[in-house]
Ligand binder design. Structure first.
Ligand SMILES: CC(C)(COP(=O)(O)OP(=O)(O)OC[C@H]1O[C@@H](n2cnc3c(N)ncnc32)[C@H](O)[C@@H]1OP(=O)(O)O)[C@@H](O)C(=O)NCCC(=O)NCCSC(=O)C[C@H](O)C(=O)O
Ligand SMILES: [Mg+2]
Length: 303
């Protein structure tokens, strides 16, 4: 797998919906929804006394899942230093999702312990790993955590920001436009990209505020995020649009690729396009835009 910066394998993760594993109605509904990724949550959306019931509901749900569909499946487990983390891992082996989302990751060892556990359990080809960035320590150790994506079988694929926990721990205010959080969010994006990881922006709690979600999704896209974690079906279309490819973006990408393919530009590293300088790196970026547009079209066909 090519993991140089900005060349991580392209996956469609515009809309990443969290579904509480305890909620059987939501579990059933999730199969019908147009999100790219589903995170089945065993952590904060499940009360401690309901964890076992949620694990059982999740295993039953996976038994009936049609894995040929368009969704990517992720299970968020409880921290391993608590009473449920190890039990969640056992349940994961019965489900074999595409990835595990580790909550409250604060140090590289949090990722490596699970990577080793999966290897020892014989799941070498099994789930990839995603990590929640939602603690102050996790932010301080970002680069080292991200770098585990290149070691221990390179299981780490993606960061997901958890601002509810981060605001709780740090006291940073919840203000529209996220003025005091933006510097931290950008650090997460940069650390993810330096190690070739995908990176998903945090949930927007007020699911009845569509304008607010639109604005925050646009901001997330501008900061470089690949998609947004969501909590309600009504948020999916907004995230798909904000993190999708517009017709104008696709047309521009095609024009850039065509400019470099033109015979008169053969052998050139820099060309002129509509009065602008365009370099080979823009052609690479354009290629990713077009590949993403293809993935979106493929997804539409499968939905
Ligand atoms: C927030 C909710 C509790 C609201 O639920 P509800 O009042 O039932 O919503 P609706 O009546 O509007 O629901 C309409 C139908 O949609 C289904 N539904 C609702 N939410 C989901 C969902 N997430 N996935 C699938 N389906 C969903 C309802 O079942 C209704 O269906 P039907 O009756 O058949 O028509 C609820 O939306 C919810 O629980 N959301 C997810 C909460 C969650 O996962 N929390 C954890 C993730 S947030 C996080 O991780 C924070 C992070 O860690 C951090 O620190 O920031
Ligand atoms: Mg959290």
């Amino acid at each position: 797998m090519n993991r140089t910066p900005h060349h991580h394998p392209l996956a469609l993760r515009r809309s990443v919906l969290s579904v509480p594993a305890i909620n059987t109605r939501a579990l059933a509904k999730s199969a019908t929804l147009d999100c790219d990724t589903i995170i089945f949550d065993l952590e904060d959306s499940v009360l401690p006394e309901k964890k076992a019931e949620a694990r059982a509901a999740l295993v039953a749900h996976f038994q009936g899942l049609d894995r040929s569909g368009a969704h990517e499946y992720v299970i968020r487990i409880n921290p391993l230093d608590g009473p449920d983390g190890a039990l969640d891992l056992e349940a994961v082996l019965d489900c074999m999702p595409d990835a595990l989302l580790l909550s409250k990751v604060s140090a590289p060892q949090d990722v490596l312990t699970v990577a080793d556990w999966l290897s020892e359990a014989g799941a070498d080809e099994g789930p990839r790993l995603w990590a929640m960035v939602e603690t102050a320590a996790g932010l301080l150790n970002l680069a080292e955590i991200a770098e585990t994506g290149r070691t221990h079988g390179g299981r780490l694929d993606c960061f997901v920001v958890g601002l509810n926990d981060l605001r709780k721990e740090t006291g940073i205010a919840d203000i529209p436009g996220r003025p005091f959080l933006v510097p931290l969010l950008l650090q997460v994006v940069v650390a993810a990209r330096a190690s070739g990881l995908d990176v998903i922006d945090a949930v927007f709690n007020d699911f009845s505020d569509t304008d607010g979600l639109e604005a925050e999704s646009r901001q997330g896209r501008q900061m470089g995020f690949d998609g947004k974690m969501l909590i309600h079906p009504a948020q999916i279309a907004i995230a798909n649009e904000a993190f999708g490819v517009t017709e104008a973006e696709a047309a521009e990408a095609l024009a850039i690729v065509a400019a470099f393919d033109a015979p008169e530009n053969a052998g050139k590293a820099v060309v002129e396009l509509a009065g602008r300088m365009v370099e080979k790196l823009h052609a690479e970026q354009a290629g990713r835009v077009l590949a993403k547009a293809d993935l979106i079209n493929e997804r539409k066909k499968k939905a």
